[in-house]
Design a protein around this ligand. Structure first.
Ligand code: ADP
Length: 532
């Protein structure tokens, strides 16, 4: 850093207090603001709830002219506009419902040096599709009133990200059209691939990157084994909610629409005020549920990942994953909706092996789909490490586990789980023997069938003579299969049928190392502590 990098600090700190009524800036905010004010392109990568909006709202107040904010959702803009209005900062949006008179006054402000308008919000569609608006921007640029281009959720430019939006691609022309206008991109997505791609698409190769830490100290992370039946799972979720979060708000994420409907009605029957949210509901119904939840009339939203962007309720006390997400990135984003007010909140994932295959048959056609899914499988199976350190590692951050302060099921001394280490070498060999038998008798097996025959159930033809029926618990058996997949002793093999995709299990590339060598494998299992 040199001195010039902080030229605007005192101005910014003044307005922070006088306009935004806040005490002090959070890490990364001041740097980002100074750099964008100095006219350079930059991108801020900051977790949800970290305070990205302030990084352009405050510079907008300090700058001459107008800051153009591209944002993907009208609801996101409206939330910000309401907040800005309360602070007396002049901001507006131009969209399909803008009246002619309003539009005229906006167009006037774009070129009139006396106008007080500071922030103008538009969707990327507006830029991509309205020639007239582009012409107005051209004029604003010529008279020197185009202060800055802010692109919120900037990862939407990239097809590699989890939320690609075609109209974002159009933003690539902005740098060519308005070379002097600094671009500030904001996102909570930290994947290197995505960020590199975004730089290319926006034509800002030299753009400076600012990364805020992804650690959310007030979130408690936990993974729990998922009970075998839906009823038991619902009972457990009910118990968690009623004993620890009675009367408080939360989200339960489900794998499918069907699941989310089942879980909603299950929770409702158990006396928990819940509402369902998924993409097949009408937009009115979705808004209604979102609103009832925001205002506390509904306490729990049971949703698919369609319930995503634009959730900025501060006091979400828990996010429960009824099924695992498809990647660490998704898990982080989804569970990150808890605790925006910085109060202690819990992020609980229910894990069971069968859910891995529900996901894998969906994601395996995506370029990095399986790799991402196995990333979360590793997170769920590992009971040897601090959850925070696994998350930090995923985001390329260094992390000292002692900083967790007991805020995950590994570091928490009061956790209801303890661990026990078992030699699983023979179990793994038995699993491979069953697969060998399957191949020899020309059969394909799913993980479910595989575990069944391991327990002496199912087809007689899969029974292997010298192998005793296993005596370990079903839970441990599942974990062993997961472990073998992660470590290349097993692999999935996908087959399409007319209606669905099936994941069959085959020996993995390292199977022979285990069968022929003298490898010993021990595994640390997480078990419920006695009396818990
Ligand atoms: P993001 O866009 O990164 O998800 P927001 O911009 O919505 O997060 O900010 C989340 C919350 O943090 C908002 O309520 C905002 O007012 C608050 N906030 C942002 N910066 C600060 C700060 N420096 N001090 C206190 N609160 C802040």
């Amino acid at each position: 850093w040199n001195k010039n990098d902080f030229l605007w600090s005192s101005d910014l700190n003044d307005k922070l207090k006088s306009v935004f009524k806040l005490e002090k800036l959070r890490p990364m905010q001041l740097q980002t603001m100074n750099v964008t004010l100095s006219g350079k392109d930059c991108m801020l990568i900051m977790p949800t709830g970290g305070g990205k909006s302030l990084c352009f709202q405050l510079p907008a107040v300090v700058s001459k002219g107008i800051t153009l904010v591209v944002s993907p959702l009208i609801s996101l803009m409206e939330d910000q506009l309401m907040a800005l209005e309360a602070l007396d900062v002049h901001a507006t949006t131009l969209n399909a419902s803008t009246t002619t008179a309003e539009a005229k006054s906006i167009f006037d402000a774009m070129t009139n040096p006396k106008a007080t308008l500071k922030l103008l919000y538009v969707t990327p569609e507006k830029l991509a599709k309205s020639k007239r608006f582009m012409n107005k921007l051209e004029k604003m640029y010529q008279v020197g009133r185009f202060a800055r281009l802010v692109i919120d959720e900037v990862h939407c430019c990239s097809q590699w990200g989890h939320d690609f939006r075609p109209d974002y691609k159009f933003l690539g022309i902005m740098k060519r059209q308005f070379p002097e206008v600094p671009i500030l991109g904001l996102t909570a997505t930290a994947t290197v691939n995505v960020l590199e791609d975004v730089k290319k698409i926006l034509n800002i190769p030299k753009c400076q990157l600012f990364r805020a830490s992804f650690n959310r100290p007030n979130l408690y992370y936990q993974v729990r084994p998922k009970p075998a039946t839906q009823i038991e799972a619902l009972d457990e979720i009910q118990k968690i909610i009623q004993s620890r979060f009675n009367g408080q708000s939360g989200i339960v994420y489900c794998f499918s629409r069907k699941d989310s409907e089942e879980v909603t009605s299950g929770l409702q029957k158990r006396g928990i005020r819940s509402g369902c949210y998924h993409a097949n509901l009408s937009s009115q119904e979705r808004s209604r549920i979102h609103h009832m939840w925001s205002t506390g009339k509904v306490l729990v939203v049971v949703a698919t990942i369609a319930f995503g962007m634009g959730i900025d309720k501060p006091n979400v006390r828990f996010v429960i994953h009824h099924s695992i997400s498809k990647s660490m990135e998704n898990l982080y984003q989804e569970s990150g909706r808890a605790g925006r007010d910085e109060q202690r909140s819990e992020c609980i994932v229910f894990y069971r092996l069968a859910d891995i295959f529900r996901q894998s048959t969906m994601v395996f056609t995506e370029q990095t789909g399986l790799k991402c899914l196995y990333g979360i499988l590793a997170y769920c199976l590992d009971s040897k490490r601090c959850r925070r350190s696994m998350i930090a590692q995923h985001f390329g951050e260094s992390w000292d586990a002692s900083q967790c302060d007991g805020m995950c099921d590994h570091c928490d001394l009061n956790s209801i789980y303890t661990s026990t280490t078992i030699d699983i070498t023979n179990h793994c060999k038995n699993v491979l023997a069953i697969l060998k038998q399957a191949t020899e008798t020309d059969q394909r097996v799913t993980a479910l069938k595989l575990v069944d025959s391991w327990f002496g159930k199912g087809q007689a033809s899969l029974k292997v003579k010298d192998i005793k029926v296993t005596t370990i618990s079903k839970e441990k058996a599942d974990i062993i299969i997961g472990y073998m997949l992660l470590n290349g002793y097993l692999k999935e093999d996908f087959h399409f049928t007319a209606y669905t995709t099936i994941s069959y299990i085959l020996p993995g590339p390292k199977a022979n190392l285990l069968l022929n060598g003298n490898r010993q494998i021990s595994f640390e299992f997480k078990v419920k502590a006695l009396g818990a």
